[in-house]
Write a protein that binds this ligand. Structure first.
Ligand code: DGJ
Length: 724
């Protein structure tokens, strides 16, 4: 709900309030964000004090206690007296770097705004507010968009920057949002890592100066995720004020927090300003990606529940936002590049009796690709591996009762490919320089419509020739040598962002033309695991690390923002290919089933005992599907702090059913007995645990449930609770 009175704009969600005010000088102040309160004007909380070295706007004459440098602002301008991080930086035609943004007008609209060509939350039940600011000299206008989803406490923001003046302007920084807090006694939580070990939680106190995470790789990256949090120092799963911020963007980003001289904090999030320079000719505009915020007055768990629901229902799109995801077997870790049609059919035949829904043929099916040195770009079937092509293979798999899915990496080209030999200029490279290779491959210039059209058309032919239900869309390097033959030198600063717009254009075309196709995102696992991709690909391969114990940490970090339905997660063989660790098959199943579940091993080699376990796992996955995919997810332990065991829980919305999963660490003798306290249950309901006993919800939550000791390394336990 949006309440507007005397230029005070109060955005109410069910549990939070966000307020801004255009003051008498036209400065858009940020007055409050936190637990839900009324709609009173909160600007009297801002005390005006004469501060040395904090300049005063010229129109204030001798007045010295009003300074942009000390006021909490909604979208900070640049070069006119605020020395904290600007939301926008420009270079005007006269060479100055000034933008003094003042309030012009506002409008409200029913429903959630959309952003052309960019991913965004959607929903008719949301409300939109648009506030326009303008620099009266250059006539650079900034439209600030707000989308308010009451039920999820979700506030979405974006900015459209338009040149209404008569001279060109260069945008050097254009944040999606800026958020000022009248305090800096906060922690900054980020999710950092590397290829095969993504999204490890890092929590640090906000300290004087700027702290930031981001990516200059052209992707959202394995290294830092475009979801971050700010929270009170004592905040934990159940207590304390916390704010989550997600950028719906799959390219380079920056999320930064600055504590200033008076211990106020400013947070900004948006496209990385590194290599960014966008020219706005008179009449042009630039729209930032969307940033989304959820504030929880009562800890992390409640915040995560709202992110999960909002992403599942208002970001992921039909038909797969509600449709059951296929339980799949992927041949990558089973065969790597070394497979043929008979091998795939053998795996499918072994999968069918286990209740597996789909076979996914991974990398190596096209062109001359027999290793990662060649073939990318040639999206025609390699008939020496697959005689008769997909037209012959897919019916064989379907005859066994499985659907068929396919791996692609459309944004890449190998130098050893027909495509590269015909169009070397289609790959990113700068004049007179040989481009760096990543995984021995180059990146296609997706800023160019002709390049995208060609790739799209060749992939369409593949999709139209066989019954393909799923694509795994991979991306296996970071960008380098970014320069486009299609743009003049002065516009090369636009290439990184235009690349992402090209990617989104391609994904949107697939969504439009193949509405039933499920696309799983992937970038060497979780290198592009972001809310932007989830608009097009409702699940993303979480990590190239399939080790169940490492996955506990990866899933933990990922779960703060992203729902389990988004996390591609498979059982693989042991010893694990990434870590060399051997874990029980039951444990691998329990870990992977809290995600978009599947297998990644040669099922034809599984023993009868293993097959019996897998069959049970698949039955359990179907039995618990709604609970896992649509229930509330509780982190019961933090695997970064507790090495003895990791536990998590899914609770149905009506609290009548829950599934608790617990994985132990390495076994040790004579450990203390373990009592696990559950969460999210109804205190007054009685529950049966795995069909036995009668436990009061309050008892299970406050006193706990006894977990049997022993059992060896990495043993897992699952408890299914049903209300009596
Ligand atoms: C990286 C992916 O994450 C893997 O699962 C696999 O698809 C390989 N690429 C194939 O090259």
């Amino acid at each position: 709900m949006i309440h507007i009175e005397n230029n005070v704009f109060t955005l109410h969600t069910r549990r939070t309030t966000y307020q801004l005010k255009a003051d008498a000088h036209g400065v858009l102040l940020h007055t409050y964000y936190g637990a839900r309160i009324g709609s009173d004007d909160l600007s009297p909380l801002i005390q005006l004090v004469d501060r040395g070295f904090s300049p005063n706007p010229n129109e204030l004459g001798r007045e010295r206690n009003y300074s942009l440098d000390t006021l909490p602002q909604e979208y900070s301008s640049c070069g006119v007296g605020d020395y904290r991080m600007p939301a926008v930086v420009v270079q005007n035609a006269d060479g100055s770097h000034l933008a003094d943004l003042r309030f012009q007008k506002y409008e409200t609209r029913p429903g959630k705004y959309a952003l052309p060509g960019l991913p965004a939350f959607y929903g008719a039940e949301a409300d939109t507010l648009v506030i326009t600011l303008e620099d009266h000299v250059t006539r650079l206008a900034v439209e600030l968009y707000y989308g308010v989803f009451e039920e999820y406490d979700l506030i979405c923001r974006a900015a459209r920057i338009a040149n209404h003046g008569g001279a060109s302007v260069q945008l050097l920084r254009a944040c999606s949002a800026c958020l000022d807090f009248p305090r800096d006694d906060l922690d900054f939580i980020t999710f950092d890592g590397r290829h095969t070990m993504e999204r490890e939680l890092c929590r640090t106190p906000v300290r004087p100066g700027v702290q930031s995470v981001g990516s200059v790789r052209g992707t959202s990256s394995h290294q830092h995720n475009p979801f971050v949090m700010l929270c009170e120092r004592n905040a934990d799963e159940d207590h304390g004020l916390c704010f989550g911020a997600a950028l719906l963007y799959s390219g380079g980003f920056e999320a930064a927090v600055e504590s200033n001289q008076f211990h106020d904090a400013r947070f900004t999030i948006g496209i990385t300003p590194h290599h960014f320079c966008w020219t706005l000719e008179p009449g042009d505009s630039f729209t930032t990606p969307e940033a989304a915020f959820i504030c929880s007055p009562d800890g992390f768990a409640a915040m995560s529940h709202r992110w999960h629901r909002a992403i599942r229902t208002h970001l992921c799109r039909d038909p797969y936002k509600g449709r059951r995801r296929p339980l799949l077997v992927n041949n990558w870790e089973a065969t790597l590049f070394d497979f043929d049609a008979d091998k795939l059919v053998e795996i499918a035949a072994a999968a069918a009796p286990l209740g597996i829904d789909m076979l996914v043929m991974d990398d190596g099916w096209f062109g001359t690709r027999s290793s990662d040195f060649g073939g990318l770009g040639d999206w025609t079937v390699n008939e020496s591996k697959l005689p008769g092509g997909l037209e012959a293979l897919v019916p064989r798999v379907k005859a066994l009762g499985l659907d068929f899915g396919l791996w692609i990496e459309p944004e890449m080209v190998s130098e050893d490919s027909e495509l590269y030999r015909a169009h070397p200029d289609w790959a990113f490279h700068a004049p007179n320089r040989a481009p760096s290779r990543g995984r021995s491959q180059l990146v296609l210039d997706f800023t160019r419509a002709d390049v995208r059209d060609y790739i799209y058309d060749t992939l369409c032919q593949v999709l139209r020739n066989a019954d393909i239900r799923y694509l795994k869309w991979d991306f296996n390097r970071s960008l380098s040598d970014v320069w486009s033959v299609a743009l003049p030198p002065e516009r090369q600063g636009e290439v990184y962002h235009r690349y992402i717009l090209g990617l989104y254009d391609m994904l949107e075309r697939f969504h439009r033309d193949f509405p039933d196709l499920l696309i799983e995102g992937c970038s060497g696992g979780g290198g592009r695991f972001d809310a932007g991709m989830l608009y097009y690909t409702p699940q993303i391969w979480c990590s190239d690390n399939t080790d169940a114990i490492d996955r506990l940490r990866i899933h933990y970090g990922t779960s703060f923002c992203y729902p389990v339905s988004s996390m591609g997660s498979h059982v693989s063989a042991v010893p694990n290919g990434q870590t060399g660790r051997t874990t029980p098959l039951e444990t691998r199943g329990i870990v992977a089933m809290s995600g978009a579940f599947g297998y990644e091993l040669d099922l034809s080699e599984a023993s009868p005992e293993e097959r019996a376990i897998m069959k049970r796992q698949n039955e359990d996955y179907h039995k618990y599907y709604n609970l896992i995919h649509f229930g509330d997810y509780y982190r019961l332990t933090n695997p970064f702090e507790n090495e003895r065991y990791t536990a998590w829980e899914h609770v149905s919305e009506d609290k009548r059913e829950a599934l608790v999963s617990l994985v132990k660490g390495t076994a040790r003798a004579a450990l203390p007995c373990l009592t696990l306290r559950l969460r999210g249950l109804d205190e007054s309901l009685r529950y049966r645990v795995n069909g036995e006993g009668s436990w009061l919800g309050g008892t299970l939550m406050h006193a706990g449930y006894p977990i049997p000791t022993g059992g060896g390394d990495y043993r897992a336990i699952q408890l299914h609770l049903t209300a009596e």
